[in-house]
Ligand binder design. Sequence first.
Ligand SMILES: [Zn+2]
Length: 253
Amino acid sequence: MFSTRALFIFIVVTGVFLLFFNALARPPSRTGNMAKPSGLPPVFPDKIRCIEIASPYGSQTRYDGSRRPKFRFGGYHGGIDLSLTEGTPLLAIASGTVVKKGEGEQMEGNFLWLRHAPEDTGFSYWVYSKYQHLQSLPELQIGAKVIVGQVVAYSGKTGTTGGHYGTNGYPHLHLSTLKSLHDEYQTKGSNMLVPDSYLIDPLMIYHEANSKLKESVDTPSGKKTITIPCMTTDGHFWPPGMRVVWPVACQPR
Ligand SMILES: [Zn+2]
């Protein structure tokens, strides 16, 4: 016959076992498995006007200062938000392949996943980028190749109406980036299941791209910043030769 003590031990062991396997089974992009924010302020090139970040990666607040709900990544922002008028062309942040698109749920909207190989970026790892709240489902087919700076979708507010933002919604781009050493992936709903992958601050992608060109800038105070490489609306890249760009074209002044 079970003693109370044996029963107690059984329950605890079973509980720990279930927790452990539940953690293993959860898709990486839902676990809150994310790297720290870069902590470095982004700066844009002189003589160019760009859309700046409305809510940075890792932020516990939305662009309007309200608190993010705890049930997504523990209340921390898993990407960056750019406030945009609907229908703004969105650019491939690097060359790559379309790996997934769809109509997401509330808070997600229409989405697009691109996969960027090391030869696309010059990095030693694979990058998976996700664009959310798109105006419509992108026309690009799964498997289509895209080149850096190519228009891949248009911004919208899908998935933002009816909740915190009310009936008007919040037109913006939410961009998140997953870092992985693997090219194999599976998708589950709108999630990308990639072994050993984790969310990184998209600014780190730009930081890495800069360091490849040795263009990292020191401000007079000695504090590091991240200079954002971008494409201008007239089709020029800054700095020239950059293989990674801001997801929205910037205006030459
Ligand atoms: Zn966001």
